[in-house]
Ligand binder design. Structure first.
Ligand code: TYD
Length: 136
């Protein structure tokens, strides 16, 4: 699976906690875009796409949600429920996010500006492209 789990170091004292995301330290790319999802309604599934080239780091900075990740060969399910947990999603990973807590804020760091042509939004097309890139 072309992903990596990240345990982010929290700097904390009696006042509270702080986590830094920094290129070359815990983010392996230059961040060109940050976006965040929030107010996701109950029962909603988001994502449902893969990217041909984009690299991303995702962190649930508040609340929790689950990911279904599929690289065309295997599928895993992951729960993000703490701001010190991150996932590095490399390219060509199908992702679906679900079970959002009401307070979930899911932050995404990305290595390119928004580019709709980089998306694969059809699961069968994704599986075909992924298996062509890396045959079984
Ligand atoms: P979408 O990819 O459908 O998000 P999700 O599947 O997680 O709900 O994006 C929702 C809308 O936001 C869509 O109209 C595209 C737009 N968008 C941007 O303008 N910039 C961005 O960086 C992203 C990720 C989405």
């Amino acid at each position: 699976m072309n992903i990596r789990f990240m345990q982010l170091q929290a700097h904390g004292d009696e006042r509270g906690a702080l986590i830094a995301l920094e290129e070359g330290v815990n983010v392996p790319f230059t961040v060109r875009r940050v976006y965040y999802m929030f107010d996701t309604k109950p029962g909603v599934r988001r994502g449902l796409h893969a990217h041909r080239n984009l690299r991303q780091v995702v962190v649930a900075v508040r609340g929790s949600c689950r990911f279904l990740l599929d690289d065309g060969h295997e599928q895993i399910q992951v729960l993000l429920d703490h701001p010190a947990q991150g996932i590095l999603l490399e390219s060509m990973v199908w992702r679906e996010m679900y079970d959002f807590s009401e307070d979930c804020v899911l932050m995404v760091l990305a290595d390119t500006p928004f580019d709709e042509s980089d998306y694969i939004r059809d699961k069968e097309e994704f599986i075909a492209e992924a298996q062509k890139l890396r045959p079984v």
